[in-house]
Ligand binder design. Structure first.
Ligand SMILES: Nc1ncnc2c1ncn2[C@@H]1O[C@H](COP(=O)(O)OP(=O)(O)OP(=O)(O)O)[C@@H](O)[C@H]1O
Ligand SMILES: [Mg+2]
Length: 323
């Protein structure tokens, strides 16, 4: 891993206008991502965790400019993605790619595997038709699929194999940065391990940089080099994997680890159980620190002011008034 910053996200926000439930005419603002700043260095695997609805996918899609931002900046090798015109952005999609959750719905059922994997090559006129066929064979081989199955349709493959097809398609143009959004969440545990190992192998072979999104702490812990914890659109804690796993301090991170199933129930003995409750609506987030209504340590100021993200040790930052 190098110290070169590949991605810099500065105070990024993505708000959606939605109809407020029960309100007759009022439109409400849903702050799915609300002021997120982060850097990702070349070769790094940044894991993003948090409960459902906390804004992980929105962050991933906005970082790749698959949707427009509300405010803030995303720099790729120092270049502002949102300032790019259509032609430059099309060129940029060679470098940045996304692997989606659902290997069932993200592949067109009417297209053969070779057409699916070759689609980015055709869109970008990458090579002659003969070169494209060679490239498709190579990509299938690289993700552990037999190229002789390239004339099959997605439904003729298992879930794990379909995810391999999705990965091959993401690799087609030789990207540098890949956002994996719940890339193994739809798969059986044993198949999850195979796909995670494939992603790690590819990372070592090509020096990829990943943003790896998952609601599953075990998956993120397995693959990430650094972990960022999100809650209702904001970063609550970020640290290297080892520090976050062993020395997390934010009450929300603690709650996530408490809720994390352990194989040996004795390991839980003596640990304080935090009652989680439900995630509040991001349309009307709690005042102050968004986590305060669920936090066993909340103090009066937690209800009033949002705590800034501050560094508590090198590379370890937390947004909490209490710790
Ligand atoms: N296009 C959209 N229009 C309106 N609201 C949206 C849109 N996309 C996402 N949201 C809302 O933004 C919030 C964050 O959604 P997001 O999908 O980013 O969460 P997530 O952390 O990825 O959740 P999950 O773990 O379930 O995938 C949710 O409240 C969601 O309903
Ligand atoms: Mg999601």
């Amino acid at each position: 891993m190098s110290d070169t910053k590949l991605i810099e996200v500065k105070d990024l926000a993505k708000h959606f206008e939605v109809r407020a439930q029960g309100a007759r005419e009022d439109k409400a603002l849903l702050k799915a991502v609300d002021g997120v700043s982060l850097d990702i260095c070349e070769g790094e695997i940044l894991g993003i965790v948090g409960e459902s609805g906390c804004g992980k996918s929105t962050l991933g899609k906005t970082v790749l400019r698959l949707q427009e931002k509300t405010s803030g900046q995303v720099l790729y090798r120092g270049e502002d993605l949102f300032a790019m015109g259509r032609v430059d952005m099309k060129e940029m999609t060679k470098n940045i790619q996304m692997i989606f959750q659902d290997p069932y719905s993200s592949l067109n059922p009417r297209k053969k595997v070779a057409q699916i994997i070759g689609q980015p090559l055709r869109i970008h006129n990458a090579g002659t038709p003969a070169e494209q066929i060679t490239r498709i064979d190579h990509l299938m081989d690289e993700v552990g699929l037999n190229p002789k199955f390239k004339r099959r349709y997605p439904h003729q493959f298992s879930g794990g194999q379909r995810q391999r097809i999705g990965i091959a398609r993401a690799l087609a143009l030789g990207p540098e940065f890949i956002v994996c959004d719940e890339a193994v969440s739809a798969l059986d545990v044993s198949v999850q391990a195979q796909i995670l190992n494939l992603l790690l192998d590819l990372q070592v072979r090509h020096g990829f940089t990943y943003m790896f999104i998952s609601h599953d702490l075990a998956v993120v812990e397995f693959i990430a080099t650094r972990i960022l914890v999100m809650y209702l659109g904001r970063v609550v804690e970020i640290a290297s994997k080892d520090e976050l796993v062993n020395q997390h301090v934010h009450p929300y991170t603690k709650a996530l680890f408490e809720a994390f199933p352990v194989t040996d129930p004795r390991a839980r003995k003596g640990k304080k159980q935090i009652v989680m409750g439900d995630v509040p609506s991001p349309i009307h987030p709690p005042t102050g620190c968004h986590f305060h209504p669920r936090c066993p340590y909340a103090e009066p100021r937690c209800r009033e002011q949002y705590p800034p993200l501050r560094e508590i040790s090198p590379g370890h930052s937390v947004a909490c008034w209490v710790v």
